[in-house]
Every structure is written in C-alpha cells, then in structure tokens.
Design a protein around this ligand. Structure first.
Ligand code: ARG
Length: 678
C-alpha cells in the first residue's frame, strides 16, 4: 500500500469512527428515554447500521495496523556531506561524517533494504586495518540472504565501496578480509582541523539546543551529606559541564530533602530548648547531634511525639513561626553543604522538596480526577501500568501526608510544564532505579510525560573502603566529607613534598597544586570508573603518579605546557608562527597523535548520549600516552651538547599546544582544575 492509499484508509477510518460515535450517542439518548422505542423500526435500522459501521471500522483499523507494522517507507532524507575542508572550523565529528558517507553508499548500493545497519568502528592499533572500519557488509549480506539473494560479505563490501561518495575526510577505502571496509583518513583534512583548534580554540560540535534539568547532589537537611551524595555531586556536576559545553540550557537543581516528618521533631525540639531562637542564633552548629537528641525524644516521649506531629501540620500549612524555625534549621545545614560545594567548585540551585508543597496538592488532585489512584489499606497508591505490575507509588499516606513519590510526581510535572525542559536527568545511587522507573511510568500514564520525553536515571554504585566494606572511619562512624577533603589536602601535599616540588614552586604555586591534586584526584577516581559499579575509595590509588590517575595526567599536562616554555617560545610567538607555517602530521607518531585529538567531538557526543564519563577519562589518558610516544620519537627542540637551543620545530610546538588545549578542555568538563606548574 502506498502512502496515498494509507492516507485514504486513515481518512475513511476517521469518518467511520465519527459516524459510529454519532449513532452510539443517538442510541444512548434513546436508552435513557422511553423504553417503548425498543420496537421502533427506526431504532432497528439504527442498530443494524451501527453494527455494520463497527464491523467496517474494525476492518479499516486492522488494515492500518498491518500497514504500519510493515513500516511504510517514507522517502529518506539524505544527509549533506562535507565537500570542502575550508568549510570546517575545527568541530567535526569524524564518526558521524563517516556514518553519513556510508549510509549514502549503502543506500545507493541496496536501495531496497529498509534501514540497513551502518556500522562504523575505530580500527584499533593495527595500521593494517585502516583508521576506521565500516562493518556493514556482514549484516547486510545476512539481510539479503533472508530475501533469497545469493551473495557474500565480500561482494557486498565491494558493492558498497563502488558507491562510496568521495570525501575530503577520507584518503582511501579498501575491502579486506571476509568483507571489512578499511577507511584511511586524509592527513590534510586532519591537519586543517588541528590548525583550526590552534586558531579558534576547542569548539563544541554543533547540536540542537535543549533545556535540560540535572537533578544532582540533593542531600537531606539535618542529616550528614555522605559519600553517596559526594558521588552524585561529582558526577552530576560533570554532566552539567559537558552539556553546558555544548551550549545547552542547563538547570542545575539541588533537590534537597527539606520537607517531611523529621522537621516536626526538629522544630518541636528547637522551640523547647531555644525558645528565643528567632533573636539569638541557637548553638545547633552540630545539627547531627541535635537531630539525634530530638529523635531519641521522639521515640521515647509520647507527648513530644504528638507535639512533633502537630508541628508538621503547622509547618505545612504555612504558620510563620514554624516556618521561621524550619528556615533556621535548613540554613545551618545549607552552610555545611556549601563548604563542600565551594571546595569542589560546584554551582547548584537549591530547590528542595518543600518547593513542591502546593504542586503536590495539585498533582494529587489531578491523579484523583483522572481516576489513577487506588485505595490500599487507607493509603492512595498508583501503579505504573494498568496491569499492576511492579511496585506502586504511595501518593497519599494513610494519615493524609505526602511521600517522596508524591514529591517526585509533582517535580516531574513542574519540570515539564513550568520549566519546559526537554531532558530530565537524575543522579542518584542505583538503589533508586526502581523509584525513578516507576515515576516515569506513572508520569506517562498521567499524561505528564508525552511521547518523546523520558526520565533518565544516572545511577551509580556504592562507595566502599579499601577493605571492600562500607566506607567508614576506623572507629566505625560515617566519614564526614569535610574530613575526607582535609585528608585529601594533607595527602596531596605529602605527595608534592615527596617529589621535592616544595623546593621549586613558590608557596602560592604549591598551594594551587595541592588543591588541584587533592580535589582533582577525588573527582577523577570517581569519574574514571564505570559509575554503575561499586567504587573503592583509596587515597593511595588515586594519588599514584603512574597510570590513569589525576596526578599522572595533571603532571603530563604541565610537562606538555613546559615544552614551549623551555624553548622560550611564548604563545603569542607561536601563534605568529602559525601565520607562516602550520601543523604537519608527517611522522607516524605525529599522525597517530593527530588522529586521537581529532576524536574529541565524537567522545563528547558519546558522553552526552550515555552519560558515562569514564569514556572521557579513558580518552584523556589515551591522549597523554599517545603524546608520550610522539615526544619520545619527535624532537620539538634540538639542543647541542652544551644545552643550547639550535633548532625549534614550530609545527611540533603547535601540535603540543593543541594537545594541551584538548586535554585542558577534558579536565574542565571533568570539573578538575589544572595548574601550569606542579
Ligand atoms: N534526597 C535524596 C536522597 O538523599 C535524593 C533526591 C534525588 N532527587 C529526586 N528528585 N528524587 O536520596
């Protein structure tokens, strides 16, 4: 069936549907009225008409279903390819462009295949296999076999090769082995892109701008911000940074746990212990202890418990005195959290659960009206699907109160309807996976989340100590984040002193290096592991100056930056030289480094999609090891026996500069401060 036919089927279905509805309405009216109508010949006619129409409707609906499951092929829009190197200003995704090139080749070679797979991969380290590969020939030959076409992958590969459009990115394509297409990149193109980075800086690949909410960190008031929140803070911040680099409109939200029953308890305790709290700041700097005291009373003293419940009611209905007490408690907590954010250079907007109080009322009303809530032992619950699978949300507790579930339903509604966001990211431990999956399903059922939109849960594993048990202090207490950071600072300084850096750096430089290493190593250790896995916190490992660690990479960067310095070539001088000459990728190890640097936009786009930051860390490490190889083999500066400079290879200094810039950008996205000396 063609598109036109399908359209007319759709139109007829619509018409039949309308007619059937009209008749049904008519029948309903009759049914409500006089029953003597039942024998009316007019009614009989209507009834049989209605049956016929229903039958026709069913046939048409089936026809549509059959057609759409076949996937009616719409004319495909061909991607536009890059034809002129000069049109590139330094931000080109090689992987994407190759996908476009081969999508066209495959479409030309096999126009009858629906959605044939376009598989492009990096070729790995063996230059025999080219730089990239197109591995579509095998699956396509399978598809053809299923259609009874006799062929083999090698033949398919040759057919694709014959239709491959030429591109300034590609030097040559060869068929190899059983049917691989080996792709060799063009050096002139690569040199041009690197020269652009030298001229314009590291630019983001162009993407469609989106408004994205990232819900991260989100500790709970009056409770300790623990290592789980630290992970959320580090991962969430880095996700924001990569999205901001791509020029998205990012809303960094701290969904603080600042609402709920524990506040009744805290307020009741505060009112009694410090009745003049409004004029004199009470000594609750140790909120933890304060929380514990009130909790003990709550558990032991019935009178107190009653009063605490009353306090919650007062607070939630907006009583100014209670609100003032609550604000004070939140403020004390906030100041503690802020210390962590300041040290880690985290920007975030506080918008706790309390923000949603009136919106929770509204969403509960909406869910009730839509008939989505069910009573269950006094509670009101909501299932993710009509089949009632999984675990339902508790929307209203038996006492009438709201829950974490209610607040997340109100939150997603606010983010869709008021913030008008197009992407919703939540960074919490993997333990909350089911919670967010259920919220997503319920929001979809309620019509809050429509087709293209979904909630993305960025989960991470738990933090373990070196003994692989829960991360605790030696005495078994939970570790305070501030203490952890202080230890990081201490250890970082030890490391720098051990390497004798205190003798070469000024006190200011040493302090900058100490902080960069301390906070950098904590962040990098977290980000460089696959976030899904549990992660072992070990200062010894993260401060190792060998391997994939922040210390090693920060050192590598300062070394690269110092190459020009020892050659006494300033950046200005280097850029002036760039007017006369430009980066050349002649030597094999220059070429290898160049190709790694070229991959930056591809790595960024991958991270933006799957939100796994360890691939960016692996890439950073790969740059630094490829650079080491290059630096071993290629002189940047030639000196005589007396150590005097006899020749400067400006093109190579330029390559060093571009390497440093790409590395710096990676560090920036990871939220790690770099230093020029350490
Ligand atoms: N406060 C929560 C916790 O400590 C995390 C909140 C995450 N965000 C959300 N919208 N539920 O586990």
């Amino acid at each position: 069936m063609s598109d036109v036919d399908l359209k007319s089927v759709e139109a007829r279905t619509l018409k039949a549907e309308k007619e059937a509805k009209l008749i049904e309405e008519e029948l309903e009216k009759l049914a409500r009225g006089d029953l003597s109508f039942v024998s009316d010949p007019q009614l009989d006619k209507l009834l049989s008409e209605n049956e016929k129409l229903k039958h026709r409707l069913a046939i048409l609906e089936n026809a549509i279903k059959a057609e759409s499951s076949k996937g009616v092929s719409k004319p495909k829009k061909r991607p536009t390819l890059i034809t002129d190197i000069m049109s590139i200003e330094g931000t080109i995704c090689v992987m994407d462009e190759l996908k476009n090139i081969f999508a066209i080749a495959i479409e030309l070679a096999y126009p009858d295949l629906d959605d044939p797979p376009v598989v492009i991969t990096l070729s790995g380290n063996n230059p025999k296999f080219g730089d990239y590969q197109c591995n579509s020939a095998m699956p396509i030959s399978q598809l053809l076999k299923a259609k009874n076409v006799k062929t083999n992958p090698r033949e398919v590969a040759n057919n694709i090769l014959n239709k491959t459009p030429s591109s300034p990115l590609v030097d040559k394509v060869e068929v190899a082995g059983a049917g691989f297409l080996n792709i060799y990149l063009n050096r002139t193109f690569a040199e041009h892109v690197l020269n652009c980075i030298l001229r314009f800086g590291v630019k983001p690949p162009p993407v469609k701008r989106n408004r994205i909410v990232v819900d991260f960190s989100s500790p709970n008031i009056a409770k300790e911000m623990h290592v789980g929140h630290l992970r959320s803070t580090i991962i969430g911040d880095s996700i924001c940074r990569v999205l901001e680099f791509l020029n998205h409109d990012v809303l960094r939200i701290n969904h603080l746990g600042d609402w709920g029953t524990q506040f009744g308890m805290l307020i009741a305790h505060l009112q009694e212990k410090f009745p003049n709290y409004k004029t004199h700041s009470p000594p609750i700097s140790d909120l933890q202890a304060f929380y514990k005291e009130s909790k003990t009373r709550f558990d032991e003293d019935e009178e107190f418990k009653k009063r605490a419940y009353l306090c919650v009611v007062e607070l939630q209905s907006g009583n100014p005195d209670y609100t003032a007490a609550w604000k004070l408690i939140c403020e004390v907590s906030r100041q503690e959290f802020q210390k962590v954010y300041d040290r880690l250079d985290i920007k975030i907007i506080d918008r706790g659960e309390s923000f949603y109080q009136s919106r929770m009322d509204a969403v509960v009303k909406e869910l009730k009206e839509k008939g989505l809530l069910e009573e269950d032992e006094g509670r009101l619950i909501m299932w993710g699907s009509a089949e009632r699978t999984g675990i339902p949300l508790t929307i209203v507790k038996s006492g009438g109160g709201y829950t974490y579930d209610t607040s997340d339903m109100a939150t997603i509604k606010q983010r869709v309807e008021e913030e008008k966001c197009g992407r919703f990211i939540y960074v919490t431990d993997v333990g909350q996976y089911t919670h967010f999956a259920t919220i997503d399903m319920c929001a979809r059922r309620a019509g809050i989340l429509k087709n293209g939109l979904k909630m993305e849960h960025v989960g991470f594993g738990v933090v373990l100590g070196e003994d692989k048990k829960k991360f605790k202090t030696r005495s078994g207490d939970t570790i305070k984040l501030i203490d952890l950071m202080d230890e990081g600072l201490r250890r970082a300084l030890d490391k720098l002193v051990e390497k004798g850096r205190d003798k070469v750096l000024t006190p200011e430089e040493l302090k900058l290096a100490q902080e960069a290493v301390a906070y950098g190593c904590i962040k990098y250790a977290d980000l460089s592991h696959n976030r899904i896995n549990d992660y072992i916190f070990s200062f010894d490992k993260m401060l190792d100056d060998k391997g994939n660690t922040a210390v090693y990479l920060l050192y590598a960067l300062t070394r690269i930056q110092s190459i020009s310095r020892t050659a006494q070539v300033s950046l200005d001088a280097l850029l002036k030289e760039a007017g006369k000459t430009s980066i050349k990728l002649t030597h094999e190890s220059e070429w290898k480094l160049g190709k790694v640097l070229l991959r930056f936009p591809d790595v960024i786009l991958k991270v933006t999609g799957d939100l796994f930051l360890h691939s960016l860390c692996e890439y950073l490490y790969e740059i630094s090891s490829t650079f080491t190889e290059f630096y071993d083999k290629c002189y940047c500066v030639e000196k005589d026996k007396g150590g005097n400079i006899v020749k400067i290879f400006y093109e190579r200094l330029m390559l060093c500069e571009v390497t440093a810039r790409v590395m710096t950008k990676c560090f920036e996205i990871l939220g790690i401060k770099t230093v020029s000396k350490m």
